[in-house]
Design a protein around this ligand. Structure first.
Ligand code: SAH
Length: 342
């Protein structure tokens, strides 16, 4: 495989890069999981030093590090000394623009195994988590705090960038309470609250996720402005608020369940309530889009789907919400703004 920076020799080489894409996923996940990335965080280090620090065999680690070079994450300064590239820096924990959580979540069994049965997902229109993980995706995540944390970190990686845009795009200051429904560890909500000091926040998610959110909010100095509510958006009361955030929630569910979530939000909200839906929108002109790939992820892993603007408008209208505007985001997501019908 040619390094991404080099021109590809032939159509065969280009094809090989596509069909071996899953190797890259595992190389990135493994560099993080084996803690190689944190070992290189302070600057270049000889392979054997890193191997010693991690209790690994230098000769085997060297092969992974060379793979990391080809994947664009590392550079080798011979002899056998490695450093993170600017892209590789994003594999570090807690740095601005970190994508560490995504590297972990996409390479662990929760995504990896269901994707291995994409054909069956297409054949049946159903996710492959029961067959591969023995339970649904959310149950699988929440039975292990490490997995819960990894996935929450992954979601936070994406929310961090779009959160800045959301907070700048809309003036939340007239809205007393902003509730992030399925808000994970509150990264998106945190951006809104930091930009609009007059607002209070409500973070609603499954109890296991809410437990892991407290420390993160405290670290941001936001704990006293956020009410943490653990619950199930299909069962327990969704908190009342003047504005709701719903990011990467509707795409997790087929229409029947997405309708129930929107209906519950509507029923519990005051008149004039605002709803901000952040999702990848499927283009309706047949053009290629990342949303179409994410749609397959939703099919195989959770049984949800991505939607076109018209599909969102219909879903919202059927549950008492009027779609009032759509703004693009640099992240490729769209911000759909809706208002509660009186
Ligand atoms: N909005 C966040 C997280 C999206 S992932 C973000 O974009 O960063 C989907 C979230 O829905 C997860 O945090 C998951 O814990 C939550 N979730 C899944 N099922 C739920 C349920 N039944 N009730 C409440 N939250 C749920």
């Amino acid at each position: 495989m040619a390094p991404p920076s080099e021109p590809l020799a032939s159509p065969t080489a280009q094809f090989m890069q596509y069909v071996t894409g899953y190797w890259i996923t595992q190389i990135l996940g493994t560099l993080v999981r084996l803690e190689v990335v944190e070992q290189l965080a302070g600057g270049p280090r000889p392979c054997d030093d890193v191997a010693r620090a991690l209790g690994l065999e230098g000769q085997h680690l060297y092969r992974l590090l060379r793979g990391g070079v080809t994947a664009g994450m590392l550079v080798e300064a011979p002899p056998r000394t490695f450093a993170l590239t600017p892209l590789g820096e994003a594999l570090r924990r807690g740095v601005p623009g970190s994508m560490r959580g995504m590297a972990l979540a996409m390479s662990n069994p929760g995504h990896w195994l269901p994707w291995g049965q994409l054909g069956e997902a297409v054949r049946t229109g159903r996710p492959r988590t029961q067959e591969t993980l023995g339970m649904d995706f959310w149950g699988w995540l929440n039975r292990d705090p490490v997995l819960t944390e990894e996935f929450a970190e992954a979601m936070g990686n994406i929310s961090d960038e779009v959160g800045v845009e959301l907070a700048a795009l809309h003036d939340f200051s007239s809205l007393a309470r902003v509730a992030d429904i399925g808000g994970s560890q509150g990264v998106l909500l945190g951006h809104v609250l930091k930009a609009h000091p007059g607002c209070r926040g409500i973070l609603f998610d499954q109890p296991a996720v809410i437990t892991s959110a407290r420390a993160r909010l405290e670290a941001q100095g936001l704990a006293d402005r956020v009410e943490l509510v653990g619950g199930d958006f299909f069962a327990s009361g969704i908190p009342e608020a003047e504005a709701y955030l719903l990011k990467f929630i509707l795409h997790d569910w087929p229409d029947a369940q997405a309708t129930r979530i929107l209906q519950r939000l509507h029923d519990g909200s005051p008149s004039g309530a605002r709803l901000f839906v952040l999702e990848q929108v499927i283009p309706d002109d047949g053009s290629p889009s990342f949303a179409s790939l994410l749609d397959l992820n939703m099919l195989a892993v959770v049984g949800g789907k991505e939607r076109t603007v018209d599909e969102f408008r219909t879903l919202l209208a059927a549950t008492g919400w009027t779609l009032e505007g759509i703004s693009p985001s640099r992240t490729g997501m769209s911000l759909l703004e809706a208002r509660r019908k009186l």
